[in-house]
Write a protein that binds this ligand. Sequence first.
Ligand code: ADP
Ligand code: MG
Length: 255
Amino acid sequence: MASGRIIAVANQKGGVGKTTTAVNLGACLADLGRKVLLIDIDPQGNTTSGLGINKADVKHCIYDVIINDVPVEDAILPTQVQNLFLLPATIQLAGAEIELVPTISREVRLRRAVNPLRSRFDYILIDCPPSLGLLTVNALTASDSVLIPIQCEYYALEGLSQLLNTIRLVQKHLNTTLEVEGVLLTMLDARTNLGLQVIEDVKKFFRDKVYRTIIPRNVRLSEAPSHGRPVIHYDSRSKGAETYMDLAKEVIGLV
Ligand code: ADP
Ligand code: MG
């Protein structure tokens, strides 16, 4: 029986590769035979549309689960990828950040909904919004660990102290066993020295928490979502597919 590990993919900066990582790591884990649930808690719903799911057809989304107490089973959808399931988000979720404020147990709503799913999945990945508000706090509270994607660019480390501070607060008050799963360097442009400098800085800061796998800038990764597919099902021989598969093996502990 599965005993699912729940991993939040978080960084309050937008455009660092959270969604790309959630979708493609999820699909690669599924390809390796693991049963995976992706939870989209970004009101933008990019994970949802990136898997080819039409938001207009979504009957229940994560909003209904955390705000309206709709049973989580009623919101889980299969995807075109075997072993990969989705708890979708729609723009409805944009209201949740404010609607949660006066509600009882507002930080633990996602945890309550998701905990019973551990027996059904090997991995549950939560794609966070680009903020440190209540939705991200819900994700961190529900998770065993947090995977932090960092874009290999000049301001890479900027803002990370706020994220780490939020993680510490959640550890102190809501989820004492939360750990950092790993730090993933993304969108490396190997032609510049800048990228190499960032790698060095991030390794100095996070040491052995940094994944050996580094995701390069790869146009196939940015094209795949408009085809509604993870990159391994869009161009399996691309560098993007290859490196996310390497990451999946590293996360499982196969390499
Ligand atoms: P976030 O979820 O952190 O906002 P995304 O995963 O949506 O970031 O990535 C931001 C943009 O960059 C998207 O258009 C995505 O397709 C693109 N992108 C992400 N990772 C890569 C990559 N390794 N190479 C090329 N484009 C990428
Ligand atoms: Mg995103």
